[in-house]
Design a binder for this molecule. Sequence first.
Ligand code: PGA
Length: 250
Amino acid sequence: MRKPLMAGNWKMNKTIPEAVAMVKDLKERIADVKDVDVLICPTFTAISALAMETKGTNINIGAQDIFWEAKGAFTGEIAPNMLVDAGCKYVIIGHSERRQYFGETNETVNKKVKAALANGLIPVVCVGETLQEREANTYFKVIESQVREGLKDLSKEEAQKIVIAYEPVWAIGTGKTATPDQAQEIHAFIRKVYSEMYCCAADEIRILYGGSVKPENVSELMKKEDIDGGLVGGASLKADSFEALVKFSK
Ligand code: PGA
């Protein structure tokens, strides 16, 4: 049985006091939740404060990006062990906004995935097609190469630790969610591709759906066999809606 994971991607939102205030509220609201893993990925600047605030709770902290080198002359970058040091357990890698605005490729995703794993971080690797790719019917091919290239050359143990997030770019922040059937179709496809790469690890890894997930649609999505959680932007920014997402009912 795969334990669901509900992850909040806060993107470039919230100052440190704002982040701490929300987490103080959230941790009370979801204190009794045991059957869902909870993750918040704030900006780099708020990681350390939130790691302290969530110590001993059921809330995990993650980063939104990572660099693959261990140290040195890489102005502006953050090394894997620095994320661990600040209190991260997870890291989002290859989000479509990073692919779109910051030149992330399947190759850089793969380097980051390996560096994260080597430092004991759990990568949440994002894949997903653009509207153009969906309309041109090339989306299976696009997603397959994102999975095959971004997640290549892992050991058997490493392959079991990955989280994949399917986030159709046309559904992110647009209010347009993929239907549960559309999402399930891709999730099953990702699991099949992953099973060709890493055999039974594919049955163990969690595949999250992301793209306008909200309290109103989370239950329908979570009913699907291959949807193991959500990577949530907008609806993770308020304690009440994130609470509702974490406490989804099937
Ligand atoms: P959204 O963002 O929930 O605001 O659509 C999801 C994401 O980009 O991870």
